[in-house]
Design a protein around this ligand. Structure first.
Ligand code: PEP
Ligand code: MG
Length: 528
């Protein structure tokens, strides 16, 4: 490692090492590099037209949902978007051989000068250009080179952009983003070596340089990978894990080439991830097909579908998620969930395999009961809720006889306990699941669930940390659910101790006054 030039340090996600040609994306995920089109003129024009239509449809939708005053501004923007002069400028740029992204950058910048005296309008107009570029980048036609392995370096990427990345993207370095952001979650799922909150020397590298991302040490350096020592997983004796292990999935590819060993079904299907970027609510045929395919491909065991979750970073266009915490207070959301539950029930019937569903963002025992009653009325086999809002975590005993199971979302539980932002790396000290307050909250929930005799799982990113897994096992958790690539390490750790040892490890971790101490004492006990 000594001779390698380290150019980024950050928090590693996925415990992998990968190298490839660097591809630097500037300006918040929008591709602004001047680039000639690699497509025919007709194909490039069609691509741009699709992106413009998508932005226009988004505007239309926003116009329907907003106040009179905002309607007026959005209407003006819509008129500008379709303005003949602007459209001609874009057309000429494409005819001159530029990519759609470059055409938008140039034409919008020129045109914006017309509004230089009108600050807000100019900004809104430029933002319209950025929206078109985002639509272009989200439409699977990223300008990322194909073929050779690629390491992307960017300020941040949206979950939608991540989902669409090709398989040749082996590494991602993000200057922003936190360890529980949905972008980081997708990187872990896809087996991409990732650094989030990376600080470093962007200027000492350029696109095309060979770059290695070492997510184990949290470093990236120029050049090929350096040999590193045999992994802990290989050193540990593998046996029967102390808890059941399930998968978290957000794409069909998460179900590819699975070895069934030690996997007890799926603990979290993030259903919204299958419909990111959908313009309207996916119809029942499309939804049922997706759920059916998942049920057919899922490894043996329980399959838990989470109903649509929508938050700022993975917003679904058909759900108003401005007030994420109060999804369930909207009748529109209940209608969407009704439709989703009926599709899930149909998939259950067609495949002849039991479906479990759980609701995200449940605030109270009353709300939980309402959801479960609805799911059962649709004929769903088993129904539970996620415990990810602090208010529900205090009501677990009231759920007796009302829900079939619980799953703890440690990502949001930490976010809402501490009032922090999952996308913001500077929050990550408090977002850490080793925080004593979070650990004792998980213990409270687990004890509550044990006392009323229902299964309790953890499906937040904390479950993928094998040391924490032992702590949770010691608290009495029944199931840990995680990305498939995290399973081998979890098995290795969870089979290396007895129940009594795990209880002692949990007791010691819970006694510590800060996150570092809790982690250090666990590392010492587990010899890692
Ligand atoms: C969580 O909040 O821990 C969770 C599993 O849900 P998501 O990460 O999708 O918000
Ligand atoms: Mg959540």
């Amino acid at each position: 490692m000594s001779s390698a030039k380290v150019i980024f340090e950050g928090q590693g996600i996925g415990e992998l090492v990968a190298s490839g040609k660097a591809f630097v994306i500037k300006d918040n995920g929008v591709f602004v590099e001047k680039k000639k089109s690699a497509l025919t003129q007709t194909a490039e024009s069609a691509r741009l037209a699709r992106a413009i239509t998508q932005v226009e449809e988004n505007l239309n939708q926003a116009i329907c949902q907003t106040s009179a005053e905002t309607k007026e501004i959005l209407g003006a923007l819509q008129a500008l978007l379709l303005d003949t002069k602007l459209q001609t400028g874009l057309k000429l740029s494409i005819e001159a051989g530029w990519s759609s992204e470059s055409a938008v950058s140039k034409v919008f910048a020129d045109y914006a000068d017309l509004f230089s005296e009108m600050g807000d309008l100019k900004e809104d107009f430029l933002d319209l250009g950025r929206q078109i570029q985002a639509a272009l980048s989200g439409s699977a036609e990223l300008l990322i080179p194909t073929g050779d392995s690629v390491v992307i370096v960017a300020k941040n990427l949206s979950p939608l952009q991540m989902v669409k990345l090709g398989e040749n993207v082996v590494g991602v370095i993000l200057l922003e983003s936190g360890p529980t952001s949905h972008t980081a979650i997708i990187c872990r799922q896809k087996g991409i070596a990732t650094l989030v909150g990376a600080a470093g020397l962007l200027t000492s590298m350029k696109s095309g340089d060979e770059l290695t991302v070492d997510a184990i040490s949290g470093k990236a350096y120029l050049g090929p990978p350096i040999a590193y020592s045999i992994s802990e997983t290989a050193r540990r004796k593998i046996g029967e894990p102390l808890t059941k292990l399930r998968l978290n999935i957000g794409a069909m590819s998460d179900l590819k080439s699975l070895s069934q060993e030690n996997i007890d079904g799926i603990g979290l299907v993030r259903t919204e991830m299958f419909f990111l970027g959908a313009i309207g609510e996916p119809d029942s045929v499309e939804q049922t097909q997706v759920y059916e395919t998942i049920l057919r491909l899922a490894p043996q065991g329980k399959v838990v579908f989470r109903t649509f979750d929508s938050s700022e970073d993975k917003a679904l266009t058909f759900i108003d998620s401005k007030n994420h915490e109060s999804l369930w207070n909207s009748s529109q959301y209940w209608e969407i969930i009704d439709q989703q539950l009926s599709c899930l029930a149909l998939a259950q019937k067609r495949v002849g395999r039991e479906v479990s569903v759980m609701a995200p963002m449940i605030e109270s025992a009353t709300q939980a009961e309402q959801f479960v009653r609805k799911a059962k009325a649709h004929g769903i086999h088993s129904a539970g809720v996620m415990v990810e809002l602090p208010s529900l975590s205090l009501e677990i005993p009231k759920l007796e006889g009302k829900v079939d199971f619980l799953s703890i979302g440690t990502n949001d539980l930490a976010k809402y306990l501490f009032g922090l932002d999952r996308e913001n790396f500077s929050s990550s000290n408090l977002l850490t699941p080793w925080h004593p307050e979070l650990l004792s909250r998980v213990k409270l929930i687990v004890e509550g669930a044990n006392s009323i005799g229902i299964e309790v799982a953890i499906c937040g990113e904390a479950a993928a940390d094998p040391l924490l897994g032992v702590v949770f096992a010691g608290m009495g958790i029944d199931v840990l659910s995680m990305a498939r690539l995290s399973i081998p390490r979890a098995v290795a750790y969870l089979s290396s101790v007895t129940v009594d040892q795990a209880k002692e490890i949990a007791r010691q971790a819970l006694e510590q006054s800060d996150a570092e101490a809790a982690k250090a004492v666990t590392q010492e006990s587990l010899g890692s």
